[in-house]
Design a protein around this ligand. Structure first.
Ligand SMILES: [Zn+2]
Length: 373
């Protein structure tokens, strides 16, 4: 990948270009932006650009680019949150251990597991490595992925490095939650902020990849500005996406009808911890449907996402009290909050379910309790 294969984010590419052409690469860069917009890959491309032997747009062919891509460059290091309780890597294993974990991490855009942290020992180890002169590149570069996932001690170690960065060292911090970084760390970084892609950018890109227009548009609308998610949606060859839509429709409709018997089989779908990703996708889709409902209530049918389901959504509108739609949508936000706080999946669903039930025209006033149905 090189910069022109990163879709959109022109402001970020321009900034990087300006740094490199003026030979004023900062010692510390923060790559921020929402989940799944390509921060991880941008960080790696930036590292390649800094050290590419052929220019400042990574060529993908020189030995430096190739080694960074395979994470085997002696002057390129990575830090990654690992689940607490996972075996500590001792110094002999740190580099290979982190390399393997990072290769797997770069394959996907999934958030790191909760309770994962960048180990303080790893930060110290990388600090030591970074203090040596580069062996073959112009700069030694360390990328800390999900840099906000570290304990106080780790954050302080990181701060120490950034206070007196070794000459020829570049630190790239990647974070979707920069507000969780120490202000003193933040103030020492130059920010590259990635934005969600626009619907037009996504549609155009997905169509360029050979997908027909209506499907590309739907994926773009459902992806929340993430090319990664949009691709996932169009690659739905097994009909999983359609299945998921039906499950969400069934859940919302039964909630509006107050059919508690329908709740349990759906709740059973999201049992274990491994199902978090699926639950997240389910909730995102619930949010899209409730937004559609809101748009219909506001008489803005052109803003619907699930345009092919407008009849069904319109029928829901008959069943609910108009003033409650917004609060049902807020339940989805609350569910996402709970998800990030690692609340049990079934409790999250139960909360959302109660929110839906309370939208019914015939339902009693909502209570604040979040008990199971
Ligand atoms: Zn190169």
């Amino acid at each position: 990948m090189s910069f022109d294969r990163i879709v959109g984010q022109e402001h970020v590419k321009a900034q990087i270009g300006a740094w490199l052409s003026a030979e004023r690469m900062p010692h510390a860069v923060l790559v921020s932006g929402p989940e799944a917009v390509g921060k991880r890959h941008l960080a790696v491309e930036l590292a390649k650009a800094v050290n590419c032997r052929r220019g400042s747009d990574p060529c993908d062919q020189c030995s430096s680019c190739l080694k960074i891509d395979s994470l085997s460059h002696p002057d390129f290091h990575t830090l990654l949150p690992l689940p607490s309780g996972s075996a500590k890597l001792d110094s002999a294993q740190v580099l290979t251990g982190l390399r393997e974990a990072t290769l797997a991490y770069l394959q996907k855009e999934e958030p790191v597991l909760r309770n994962s942290n960048i180990a303080r020992e790893h930060i110290r180890f990388i600090h030591r490595e970074m203090s040596y002169a580069p062996t073959e590149a112009r700069r030694r570069i360390a990328v800390a992925f999900d840099a906000d996932c570290m304990h106080r001690a780790g954050a302080n170690s990181l701060l120490k490095i950034l206070e007196e960065p070794p000459k020829q060292a570049v630190f790239i911090l990647v974070s979707a939650h920069p507000e969780r970084l120490l202000p003193t760390v933040l103030s020492r970084t130059q920010r590259l902020h990635l934005k969600p892609l626009t619907r037009e950018e996504l549609t155009r890109q997905i169509m360029n990849e050979g997908v027909e227009a209506p499907r590309a548009e739907l994926a773009a609308r459902l992806s929340g500005g993430s090319l990664y998610r949009a691709r996932e949606l169009v690659e739905d060859r097994d009909g999983l996406f359609e299945e998921r839509r039906q499950l969400v429709e069934c859940f919302i409709e039964a909630g509006f009808n107050g059919e508690d018997g329908e709740y349990w089989p759906i709740a059973e779908e999201f049992g274990g911890r491994s199902e978090r990703g699926r639950l997240e996708a389910f909730l995102r889709l619930c949010g899209v449907y409730l937004r559609d409902l809101f748009m219909l209530a506001e008489q803005r049918p052109d803003d619907l996402v699930n345009t092919d389901r407008s009849n069904r959504t319109a029928a829901w509108l008959e069943k609910i009290r108009p003033g409650r739609i917004e609060s049902a949508a807020l339940e989805v936000d609350r569910a996402f909050d709970d998800l990030s706080r690692n609340v049990d999946s079934k409790l999250i669903l139960a909360g959302l379910w109660n929110g839906l039930r309370h939208c019914r025209r015939s339902s009693p006033a909502p209570s604040s309790s979040r008990s199971h149905p």
